[in-house]
Design a protein around this ligand. Structure first.
Ligand SMILES: *[C@@H]1O[C@H](CO)[C@@H](O)[C@H](O)[C@H]1NC(C)=O
Ligand SMILES: *[C@@H]1O[C@H](CO)[C@@H](O)[C@H](O)[C@H]1NC(C)=O
Ligand SMILES: *[C@@H]1O[C@H](CO)[C@@H](O)[C@H](O)[C@H]1NC(C)=O
Ligand SMILES: *[C@@H]1O[C@H](CO)[C@@H](O)[C@H](O)[C@H]1NC(C)=O
Length: 460
């Protein structure tokens, strides 16, 4: 009985700490943002960084804003410094291009044809707001060259799905975040509805290939294309890949919805909404009591070296807040709130949280994250899932998807997306929070019931 009472107290303490976890402070966000800026080098990291900064710092230029698309053609003076890092990404990328080589991707140094279009939204925005007038760069030509490359040069499946790789036809769930949002944004800014349709069509094709009905509709990570020199398949249900797919679909949906073409794409928006929900239902059916996803959602952490991944957890949670804001669909908010509270948990609730690296036997070990900043002054020092200098932890190695890593630029971007979407959801009145509170109440009632029953047992 004593041990039951102790575990009751421990559980009570855990719930209290989880409930108290708030959004990150401004100082903490600026640490996370600084690590992202340091770490983001690869094409998709730059693109994701740009989109995350727009969401968080200049929301009126994000596709998720209620401001109609196309966006304003000029940047108001109170937003110029906030948007500067986004334009700087576009500037550096376009400046490095060889203009006489066209069509070409925005960055050509990796074999992933499907990643560079992620920078396209920043480049299109730079063109739209006239950045070329001050730096002399031709952003429109760079975007057009990237568009032509992805549509006309990159190989496809026989039914038209654009490969993620340049050297062979291979489909990655990641691509859903990188390519369709660029096509849709390009379509809206240039008034070309064929491109908006193509964004939807690519997602539909990718879902046909990657959705796994044998795993409750989780998406596989990589199918087709078996050339070992170009990387093999990965039919596992990679958590980040599922989150990329949901997040990409929501970007396309928001781009359609906020555009003048919303009505003519209403059926497509309905499909996208249901496909996002399909991923949410699948993913949350597998998360364990830590509310942090494992690197492959349906593989438990004690199996075969599997580890917890906070990066996918942050991106997936952000898509739930987005779905709530965009679609009035609050069904998974209780899940997202649990994820967010686990991600932002403070040190006092550490015992309930997976941290650090897993041991070679695969069981989760509880180790303090490495730190390189003064623990007494760092704004993130008390948070279990951040190093004191602001890196999210534990995370998958973003350049080697089966392996645990230590510093993930995309993970940093996902934290910003979660912070942005969560803050907007709170500002909008936390609609659907009652469902989350209802779950907490049920938990307390359940606990109270246990105590009463436990007490009765003692008397018997
Ligand atoms: C700039 O001002 C507008 C209108 O007053 C406001 O809506 C917007 O949030 C401000 N933007 C920034 C980045 O402060
Ligand atoms: C630029 O591209 C053109 C056409 O592909 C090529 O002939 C030229 O060598 C390239 N220039 C540089 C500096 O790489
Ligand atoms: C570039 O911006 C101009 C408006 O400044 C617009 O007319 C043009 O369609 C844009 N090009 C692309 C590729 O979006
Ligand atoms: C829309 O874009 C596609 C792909 O670049 C192009 O083939 C087509 O001509 C464009 N349609 C219009 C109406 O501009």
């Amino acid at each position: 009985m004593r041990s039951a009472a102790l575990s009751f107290l421990a559980l009570t303490a855990t719930l209290r700490h989880r409930v108290s976890a708030q959004a990150l402070s401004a100082a903490a966000v600026s640490e996370v943002t600084a690590r992202l800026a340091q770490g983001a080098q690869k094409s998709w990291e730059l693109g994701t960084r740009a989109e995350s900064l727009l969401e968080l710092d200049v929301p009126q230029f994000s596709v998720f804003s209620a401001t109609p698309l196309p966006p304003p053609t000029s940047v108001p003076s109170n937003a110029t410094s906030a948007i500067a890092p986004v334009f700087s990404i576009a500037h550096n990328v376009v400046k490095a291009l060889n203009k006489s080589s066209t069509p070409q991707p925005l960055i050509s140094d990796d074999g992933a044809a499907g990643d560079p279009p992620a920078i396209g939204v920043a480049v299109l925005l730079a063109n739209w707001t006239g950045q070329g007038a001050s730096d002399g760069l031709d952003y429109a030509a760079a975007a057009k060259s990237q568009l032509d490359y992805v549509l006309d040069v990159v190989p496809r499946t026989s039914d038209g799905a654009i490969s993620h790789r340049a050297a062979q036809v291979q489909l990655w769930s990641d691509s859903v975040y990188m390519v369709p949002p660029f096509l849709a944004y390009y379509g809206v800014l240039s008034g070309n509805t064929t491109l908006i349709s193509e964004a939807y069509n690519q997602i539909k094709l990718y879902r046909n290939y990657l959705r796994d009905t044998k795993a409750k509709n989780l998406w596989k990570h990589i199918v087709l294309g078996t050339d070992p020199s170009d990387g093999g398949n990965d039919e596992g249900h990679w958590s980040t890949g599922n989150a990329w797919a949901a997040a990409g679909m929501l970007r396309v949906l928001a781009t359609m919805k906020n555009s003048p073409y919303s009505k003519s794409f209403s059926n497509q928006q309905k499909d996208l909404a249901s496909w996002v929900k399909e991923i949410h239902s699948a993913m949350f059916s597998y998360v364990d009591s830590t509310n942090i996803f494992t690197n492959y959602a349906d593989t438990p952490v004690n199996s075969n070296g599997m580890f917890y991944d906070t990066a996918s957890t942050a991106l997936l949670a952000s898509t739930v807040y987005r779905a709530s804001l965009l679609l009035n669909d609050h069904s998974h908010l209780p899940n997202a709130e649990k994820c967010r509270k686990a991600l932002f948990a403070s040190g006092s609730s550490a015992s309930s949280q997976p941290t650090g690296r897993t041991s070679s036997s695969g069981s989760a070990s509880i180790t303090a994250p490495a730190s390189s900043a003064s623990a007494t002054t760092a704004p993130l020092a008390d948070l279990v899932h951040f190093t004191s200098d602001g890196w999210l932890s534990p995370v998958v190695n973003p350049h080697q998807f089966g392996v645990e890593g230590s510093e993930s630029p995309e993970g940093q971007a996902f934290v910003l997306q979660m912070q942005a979407s969560y803050s907007e959801w709170v500002a909008g009145g936390s609609i659907g929070a009652n469902a989350a509170r209802g779950t907490a109440v049920v938990g307390w009632v359940w606990l109270a019931g246990c105590v009463v029953v436990g007490g009765l047992l003692v008397f018997v």
